[in-house]
Design a protein around this ligand. Structure first.
Ligand code: NAP
Length: 323
């Protein structure tokens, strides 16, 4: 079968389309004939050998897919640790979900990693329905980094549905304009404004209740500086490529905290994933979630697809056509 292979560790230039043997499903796994794959920032890290837990090269790239189950023909969208950018993938049934009829294959493939991660970030922040029945002054505030990206555009939509005041950062006014109709309350272009100053200004110096932080380096410290009393930073990535550097003593003054989120581990817990899916699928049924697909490329252009993310040129999800 045709697949996108990481033959050795490196940047987008190492990716190759190759014929490889079909996967052999393990007991309990189902085979999916893949139509499209969703590119995640984690795929860039995997190619560079910087994503924990993935096997060494050569390996088939990709973790998010949409296609048809071979046993019953059902169209599904799903998530796996690797091997998704191939004509066939063997997956555990708990990591696939039925696709909404109305959605295109591209929209479906833009759902699993992004929307579960974004929903679980609100859950870890304690903000799922936290202010229902409370006075308007209790509306929570959340700062979402890279709000125009895959996870970011999902977080903007979920925040809107939860009635949260959202603040989102991006390098581009144009990208921020595209996120506004999804429900983003305030856009912050970090190439022009320091986001800590801007958050303090926009909140009358109160700060936000949570920051969704995926940049690493100095941004964990800066994100803590954005927090209100009892606020939480939810950290789930390091797109800057730098380790987080901050002194935990800075948490004492406003009783703030920093929480880690890794979908790869949370997704092993049905007691967490099922309620998340229940809520997300209800919003889907009500036509209130719209996965954002910014770019669709053939699998032969996977290097260009990866570059869109590493060069910050993507809006929403970058999709690879496999079949
Ligand atoms: N822990 C988990 O379970 C989990 C799950 C999913 C994703 N993630 C993490 O969440 C983050 C977003 O993932 P995604 O797949 O949705 O990617 P993405 O947000 O669609 O793409 C990355 C975006 O990050 C922004 N960015 C800021 N600084 C950057 C830098 N130094 N290099 C590259 N991009 C930079 C860029 O947007 P602007 O130009 O607008 O700033 C870029 O478009 C990644 O860090 C990823 O590893 C973690």
């Amino acid at each position: 079968m045709k697949s996108v292979v990481i033959p050795r560790y490196g940047g987008p230039e190492v990716l190759e389309v190759r014929n490889v043997p079909d996967p052999q499903p393990r007991p309990g796994e189902v085979m999916v004939r893949v139509e499209a794959g969703g590119v995640n920032f984690a795929d860039l890290l995997t190619a560079k050998g910087e994503y924990p837990g993935t096997p060494p090269p050569p390996l088939v790239a990709g973790r998010e897919f949409c296609g048809h189950r071979e046993d019953n023909g059902q169209r599904v969208m799903g998530y796996t640790q690797s091997q998704a950018f191939a004509e066939r993938v063997a997956v555990r049934p708990e990591f696939i979900w039925p696709t909404p009829e109305k959605w295109t294959v591209e929209e479906c493939v833009a759902f699993p990693v992004t929307f579960f991660t974004a929903y679980l970030a609100y859950w870890k922040a304690g903000l799922i329905d936290s202010h229902v029945g409370q006075p308007p002054s209790a509306v929570p505030r959340v700062l979402i980094h890279a709000v125009a990206g895959g996870v970011g555009t999902a977080a903007a939509q979920i925040g809107h549905l939860l009635g949260i005041e959202t603040f989102g950062t991006s390098s581009s006014d144009e990208k921020l304009e595209r996120v506004k109709p999804l429900g983003l309350t305030h856009g912050i272009n970090y190439t022009r404004d320091d986001y800590v100053d801007k958050v303090r200004e926009l909140t009358g110096d109160e700060g936000v209740d949570a920051v969704f932080e995926m940049l690493g380096g100095e941004h964990v410290k800066k994100s803590v500086q954005c927090l209100a009393w009892l606020g939480r930073v939810i950290t789930y990535g390091a797109a800057s490529g730098e380790r987080a550097a901050f002194d935990p003593r800075m948490l004492y003054e406003r009783q703030t905290s920093v929480h880690g989120l890794w979908l790869s581990k949370l997704s092993l817990h049905p007691e967490i994933m099922q309620p998340a899916w229940q809520r997300l699928s209800q919003w889907i049924a009500d036509d209130r979630l719209h996965p954002q697909v910014g770019h669709v490329l053939p699998m032969e252009k996977s290097g260009d697809a990866y570059r869109l993310l590493s060069d910050r040129r993507n809006y929403g999800k970058v999709v690879l056509r496999i079949a």
